[in-house]
Design a protein around this ligand. Structure first.
Ligand SMILES: Nc1ncnc2c1ncn2[C@@H]1O[C@H](COP(=O)(O)OP(=O)(O)OP(=O)(O)O)[C@@H](O)[C@H]1O
Ligand SMILES: [Mg+2]
Length: 479
């Protein structure tokens, strides 16, 4: 007898999932837009998605499933930004210095990968040997994390060593004191002379670690993206089988201070999108397919998992659309919701009561904390709870900004978080914690807008505010 509880829907994030159930990200991965195929052969290198949209899942899937491609994952957590700023000395602008610093870090990583690839051969072995000896001596090789590489490279010892190296290898003598930049050119030359048998893919993830910090780091992320673009073009032109990919949260990308942003977005980026704009029926948005694929790992004979195990209607509405409305249309939200429902099931099939209980637990144990996590970086973390209290204080799912203004003032939140109520609500709109209600047909009908549904929309302070359904239970509002 088939049992809904026996299906493994996965963990909240791809990194934990790959450790516990690697097969879920291999066989249980839904390649919605045939990304795996197009990554190598297209100019796409920037993958944008909101939290939980499947960025890390893509990188883990590539690693597990591409047999003839070497995939190495680099995460930017714990980057020592102060040291990063010291890699390139001199008076150039921060933007330029950051770009050169990334060029250096990325080329070192690329060189290391090629050097480790037994099938990659090089014509001028002596040059390579010189660099390998130097890098091994000062601890640059092996390259594991960028953070270690940054610390080593910004040290005085490193600077002294490369000065000696450049002098010895008769780079122009007058410039020998200058720079890492000469070494960068040297590395580039070596890399371009490699001949590889198979593709190398370097995936950079974890850019959101910058959210908790200052402006300069946005500059360095923008520099990283620009540099990756240039290096990929250089590799492609010279038939070097190396490609660097960047995974970035859409909201962070939108905040980057970069004039080239829109061009890069248009020409070289892919956005994870699990919502079909303008469609009432969202069955084809891709999330149901993920549930089906994971169900098939356990029960290959079942084609439509939800139809098989869940009642078609829940409180008079189509169950699937009720469940989707509880999410921000990300795989993480949706799979978590199914997991919470599973936990409530008394039998192998799902009852209406199981769904109710599952939704309740999902709302307070998962959805509210997720929304709070998203606020961090935009709102000082010690006031995130106060913001939640503010949202819940009316116990209403819909209200006007002016209805909560008095509380906002009495809590002194404006001063504490350094912004006005409208600005706060706009941030909550960006996180999809709230949406707007629009009237049309002369006020006879209403429509909701949420950031996760209408990516180009923004908060309208005049219209009614609606709390995301996933929050209703956790905030104990009337519904
Ligand atoms: N295409 C997919 N097929 C199957 N499962 C997926 C897919 N994309 C995402 N998932 C599931 O959703 C979960 C969340 O995805 P993931 O951790 O990749 O999000 P993310 O975009 O990296 O989020 P964050 O910005 O928080 O790091 C994963 O554990 C995975 O189970
Ligand atoms: Mg991730």
């Amino acid at each position: 007898m088939e049992d809904f509880r026996q299906i493994q829907f996965g963990k909240a994030d791809a990194q934990t999932e790959v450790e516990m159930f690697p097969n879920l990200l291999k066989e249980g991965y839904f390649d919605k837009d045939n990304l795996v195929e197009s990554i190598i052969h297209s100019p796409l290198f920037l993958f944008l998605g909101y939290k939980g949209a499947g960025k890390t899942a893509l990188s883990e899937h590539l690693k597990l499933s591409c047999e003839d491609v070497t995939v190495s994952l680099m995460t930017l957590t714990d980057l020592p930004y102060k040291s990063f700023g010291k890699i390139i000395s001199g008076d150039d602008e921060v933007e330029l210095k950051s770009k050169f610093a990334w060029r250096w870090l990325l080329l070192v990583k690329v060189l290391y990968n090629l050097y480790k690839d037994n099938e990659a051969v090089i014509s001028d072995n002596a040059k390579l040997r010189n660099v390998i000896d130097l890098f091994s001596k000062i601890g640059i090789f092996p390259v594991t994390e960028f953070s270690n590489l940054i610390t080593t490279t910004s040290s005085n010892r490193f600077k002294a060593e490369i000065k000696g190296f450049e002098y010895e290898h008769s780079f122009s003598r007058e410039n020998a004191s200058v720079s890492i930049m000469m070494l960068v050119d040297y590395l580039k030359e070596i890399i371009l002379s490699f001949k590889e048998e198979h593709q190398q893919l370097i995936v950079i993830d974890g850019l959101d670690a910058i959210l908790t910090s200052r402006e300069i780091q946005y500059i360095s992320i923008a520099a990283l993206i620009n540099e990756v673009k240039e290096l990929n073009a250089l590799f492609a032109q010279n038939n070097v089988l190396v490609k660097i990919i960047v995974l970035c949260r859409t909201d962070i990308f939108e905040r980057l201070p970069d004039p080239n942003k829109n061009k890069i977005r248009r020409d070289c980026s892919y956005s994870f999108n699990w919502y079909i704009e303008g469609a009432d029926n969202q069955n084809a948005c891709g999330l149901i397919d993920i549930a089906n694929i994971r169900c098939k790992l356990k029960y290959p004979q079942i084609d439509n998992c939800l139809q098989h195990f869940l009642p078609s209607y829940y409180k008079g509405k189509e169950t699937v659309s009720v469940l989707l409305d509880m999410t921000r249309h990300t795989p993480r939200d949706f799979l978590q919701l199914l997991g919470f429902i599973q936990k409530q099931c008394r039998t192998g099939n799902v009852s209406e009561m199981d769904i109710t209980r599952g939704i309740n637990e999902y709302s307070s144990v998962y959805f509210l904390p997720e929304i709070k996590d998203e606020m961090v970086g935009y709102i000082p973390y010690q006031y995130v709870d106060s913001v939640v209290t503010l949202l819940g204080e009316l116990h209403e799912r819909e209200f006007y900004i002016k209805d909560i203004e008095t509380t906002f003032i009495s809590m002194d939140l404006g001063k504490k978080i350094g912004m006005e109520l409208r600005e706060l609500m706009a941030i909550l709109y960006e996180c999809s914690a709230v949406g707007n209600v629009y009237s049309y047909a002369d006020g006879r009908e209403t429509r909701l807008s949420f950031k996760y549904r209408n990516r180009n929309s923004s908060f309208n302070p005049v219209n009614k505010v609606v709390l995301h359904r996933g929050l209703w239970k956790a905030l104990n509002v009337n519904f």
